[in-house]
Design a protein around this ligand. Structure first.
Ligand SMILES: [Zn+2]
Length: 160
């Protein structure tokens, strides 16, 4: 397999990760076909991240989309509304989700919107059984999560 010498003129999408916010170039890789066709010089090609960054790109959270969603909520519910970003323990040996949520909250807070906060659900510490369908929270877990949200809301300067 070899990398084609020239990058495409327009912004291409990687056929492997299909990430729409790529920080890297996408280039054409091609290789000979198998069998007779290949021996005659036929090739097959695909557009892929130049240095195979797909793995990292696919794990990156779309922060701009999340920030846009918060803008939409803020627009709909007004500046006095508290927005709480909850995130579960989805570690899978990465802190990507937690890092993204914390960064999104910091971005909003730094921009002067102090009414955005985060609430982390520590599955183990909360004692969740995750016996819902496909390891999602069960009814037992939802009651615990509701109590965790109530506890978080109690720390906010709510006046209702
Ligand atoms: Zn890719």
């Amino acid at each position: 397999m070899r990398q084609y010498a020239r990058a495409p003129h327009s912004r291409a999408q990687c056929a492997w990760c299909a990430d729409v916010e790529l920080p890297n170039e996408v280039v054409l890789f091609n290789t000979k076909r198998t069998g007779d066709a290949g021996r005659k010089g036929d090739t097959v090609g695909t557009l892929v991240c130049a240095n195979f960054e797909c793995n990292v790109n696919a794990r990156k959270r779309p922060r701009s989309a999340y920030l846009g969603f918060l803008d939409k909520l803020r627009g709909r519910y007004g500046p006095g509304t508290f927005l709480v970003l909850t995130y579960p323990d989805l570690s899978y040996q990465t802190t990507a989700l937690a890092d993204s949520i914390r960064q999104i909250v910091k971005t909003r807070n730094d921009a002067g919107d102090a009414r955005v906060s985060a609430l982390y659900y520590d599955n183990t510490a909360l004692g969740l059984d995750l016996l819902g369908c496909d390891w999602h929270p069960s009814q037992h877990d939802h009651q615990i999560l509701a109590a965790a949200i109530a506890q978080h809301l109690a720390t906010l300067p709510l006046t209702w």
